[in-house]
Design a protein around this ligand. Structure first.
Ligand SMILES: Nc1ncnc2c1ncn2[C@@H]1O[C@H](COP(=O)(O)OP(=O)(O)O)[C@@H](O)[C@H]1O
Ligand SMILES: O=c1ccn([C@@H]2O[C@H](COP(=O)(O)OP(=O)(O)O)[C@@H](O)[C@H]2O)c(=O)[nH]1
Ligand SMILES: [Mg+2]
Length: 208
């Protein structure tokens, strides 16, 4: 039997986590510029960037037993089961010495959100929401040129539908808790970053 404090600190999986890191969820439709802006935030504010999509694509490449399932879901624009994505995120957080993380492209539905909170005990400090019209996101995705199997018009339409039906409710959930910082993401990269910078506040900027 642990003390009351130990019990309170225990995650739902029974592990005793170290002091919870600061987490910012970075959300927005496919092609809204999440990855691009995260790279800028890392440079200026010292966060570690964890893209759920990148972790899943790395898992496919690694030849994991889940690889084929993940690949098929990404090709269809579907959301990979929470336990797979959460395990990858958790491992990445634990392996990293940093105490502040940008989690990009996750949680993508309500189930992702609730499971992450239950398993890790982590609540985001706030949520960045890159708001961008579909026509602009479509243009960007079709010229992204990263050789992604899901950047074709057929899959892009499916991803937009999943975003509206499953991911927007997550943003609304955090909006009701006053945690959403909404950003007009249709503007040029540098202008979007000016808004992002103001949210992270000058006091956090790395001195160099
Ligand atoms: N503000 C912007 N204006 C124009 N193009 C952008 C902007 N932000 C990102 N891009 C480009 O759009 C594409 C998608 O950006 P990315 O950061 O990968 O978005 P996401 O991670 O949200 O899917 C990339 O080719 C990127 O260079
Ligand atoms: O938490 C996540 C993140 C991504 N994906 C899958 O990975 C794809 C690509 O996600 P990513 O965030 O890389 O795409 P982006 O929004 O940047 O275009 C999504 O369409 C989903 O199929 C997922 O299932 N769960
Ligand atoms: Mg991305």
């Amino acid at each position: 039997m642990g003390t009351v404090v130990e019990a309170a600190n225990k995650g739902a999986n029974g592990s005793i986590p170290q002091k919870n890191p600061t987490v910012v969820f970075v959300l927005g439709g496919p092609g809204s510029g999440k990855g691009t802006q995260c790279a800028n935030i890392v440079q200026h504010f010292g966060y570690t960037h964890l893209s759920a999509g990148d972790l899943l694509r790395a898992e496919i490449k690694s030849g994991s037993e889940n690889g084929t399932m993940i690949q098929n879901m990404i090709k269809e624009g579907k959301i990979v089961p929470s336990e797979v994505t959460i395990k990858l995120l958790q491992r990445a957080i634990e392996e990293n010495g940093n105490d502040k993380f940008l989690i990009d492209g996750f949680p993508r539905n309500e189930e992702n959100r609730a499971a992450f909170e239950n398993v890790t005990g982590i609540e985001p400090a706030f949520v960045l929401f890159f708001d961008c019209p579909e026509e602009e996101m479509e243009r960007r995705l079709l010229s992204r040129n990263q050789g992604r199997e899901d950047d074709n018009i057929e899959t892009i339409r499916k991803r937009f539908k999943v975003f509206l039906e499953s991911s927007l409710p997550v943003i609304n959930y955090y909006d009701a808790k006053a945690k959403v910082r909404k950003i007009d993401a249709a503007r040029p990269v540098e202008e979007v970053f000016e808004t992002v910078k103001a949210i992270f506040a000058p006091k956090n900027e790395k001195a160099d």
